[in-house]
Design a protein. Structure first.
Length: 491
């Protein structure tokens, strides 16, 4: 059973550019406790964790570790206290091997590294958790899911780890690897290590967490024992209202094909036949490595291919992203931070970059028109930020995703490809994106939706195409949907 309080944060307050993002927030976790930290995107979870990690400094408030007040002014201060944070954003070094990333900062004293010993140690750590991976592989060659596994193992590489923060740790890994992660978390708990667990997947919270704390709009809402609170109560704490129904399926009449792929192959997919009809949400499902992202990269001109692609019945050759955009195709990528946004540039820049040429008057930008367009999509998507000059990287995950969506919607595409659009997004933001999808169908936009969540696929899509190892293994119409049938194709 969890013991005495390991960490207490009292009255934590933080503002950015005059906007208060944390307002006298309290948080406590006991030794050997798994404590879920919940709230919608923008609720203040990430800011609170970054204060704990020494990345941000609180404007007010106090922090106690084992009953003693401490000052965490840097990442090293946090590490010296045994605090390890696995951020949702991957922070590995792509040019180093898996073993070097795991043991980075835990080097032995002396002039030379015993690389063989380091490889063996990293391999043992991987095996202890149950992950299988080549520790000599370069991190840059790994998938996002594999990189997430490396992040988790790296957090455990230091002997003094007493508190580990996991921010959406299962967002990019398979169900099988999630099971291994849960087993690891429970073993850490048995050793007296405390876990702060951030996730939007309620079933995970119910399964492994002892208690939960909810933040809303930067303020502390409450702390409850997980065993004594219902899903409906948690949702109400998070969003301030009852959420009776998350999905609102409303697809109108389905028309003829707008996109056809015939015997299309690339380095990653083989002999694909695929069709998207006017006014439909066509799902792409498969386990990690199935080839879904690689398929849509062909459609968006990012990967060379052989075979035939037709748009509105006419054969085309899509050779670049610019070419795809000219054909009315838009792609919201899976990794919004690396591929969807310029994090170190402004929200204004990110919002108008895809249609910048439409605001050009000679060599000058018609800024008033550009800002009006940006404001239109800000209101339509309910994007929350302080001002247009704010850096995109300072937004919450949900608002970053909405900026990516606004960027592509402003280009008014005929075909919109959404690759894991709700990954790492809270319940309220998910519902908004689902409603947006159906509003777009009413505007004659046809949608390809990639999702690893079967409930999402089954509740949003008119049909689903399933892939495995770069090959399409089956297509299921909505009237024939069942989890067993779809998953059988996937495996």
């Amino acid at each position: 059973m969890p013991g005495n309080p390991l960490l207490k944060m009292e009255g934590i307050t933080k503002s950015f550019s005059g906007v208060t993002v944390l307002n006298h927030v309290n948080f406590e976790i006991r030794q050997g406790e798994i404590h879920a930290l919940l709230g919608e995107n923008g609720a203040g979870k990430s800011t609170l964790i970054k204060i704990l990690a020494g990345i941000y400094h609180a404007d007010a408030g106090r922090i106690f570790v084992n009953g003693k007040e401490v000052r965490i002014s840097s990442v090293n201060d946090a590490k010296s206290l045994g605090i390890r944070v696995i951020h949702q954003e991957i922070s590995l070094v792509p040019g180093l091997s898996v073993s070097d990333n795991i043991l980075l900062g835990a080097e032995e004293k002396g002039f030379f590294l015993n690389r063989k010993e380091r490889r063996e140690k990293a391999k043992r750590m991987m095996e202890d958790i149950g992950f299988a991976m080549d520790v000599e592989a370069l991190v840059g060659s790994l998938s996002i899911a594999q990189q997430q596994m490396v992040e988790i193992v790296r957090a455990l590489a230091f002997d003094n780890a007493r508190l580990i923060v996991m921010d959406e740790p299962t967002a990019s890994i398979s169900e099988k690897d999630s099971e291994k992660l849960f087993s690891t978390i429970l073993r850490l708990k048995e050793k007296g290590i405390s876990i702060i667990y951030i996730s939007h997947r309620m079933e995970e919270i119910a399964r492994i967490a002892d208690r939960l704390t909810v933040l809303r709009d930067g303020s502390y809402v409450g702390t409850e024992d997980v065993s004594r609170v219902s899903m409906q109560q948690i949702v109400k704490m998070m969003v301030g209202r009852q959420v009776e129904e998350l999905y609102h399926y409303r697809v109108g009449e389905i028309g003829g094909p707008v996109l056809e792929m015939r015997d299309v192959s690339s380095k990653y997919v083989r002999h694909v036949d695929f069709e998207l009809r006017k006014g439909e949400v066509h799902g792409l499902y498969g386990l990690i490595g199935a080839g879904r992202t690689e398929l849509v990269k062909i459609i968006f001109g990012l990967d060379p291919y052989e075979g035939e692609i037709r748009l509105h019945g006419r054969e085309v050759k899509i050779s670049s992203a610019r070419n795809a955009m000219d054909h009315g195709i838009a792609l919201v990528p899976e990794d919004r931070k690396k591929e969807g946004l310029f994090l170190n540039n402004t929200i204004y820049f990110n919002s108008v970059i895809t249609i910048l040429k439409s605001f050009m008057k000679g060599f000058r930008i018609h800024k008033k028109q550009a800002r009006e367009t940006m404001e239109q999509y800000r209101q339509r998507l309910n994007i929350k930020y302080a001002h247009a000059g704010q850096l995109a990287g300072t937004l919450s995950g949900g608002n970053q995703q909405k900026v990516v969506l606004s960027k592509w919607l402003s280009a008014k595409p005929d075909i919109l490809i959404l690759d894991e659009p709700t990954r790492g997004i809270d319940i309220g933001a998910k519902s908004e994106i689902y409603d947006l999808i159906f509003r777009l169908l009413e505007e004659n936009v046809s949608i390809i939706l990639i999702s690893s969540e079967l409930p999402e696929i089954m509740n949003l899509c008119t049909r689903v195409t399933v892939m495995r190892e770069g090959v399409i293994t089956g297509t299921v119409d909505r009237e024939d949907f069942s989890q067993e049938r779809i998953f059988r194709y996937a495996i």
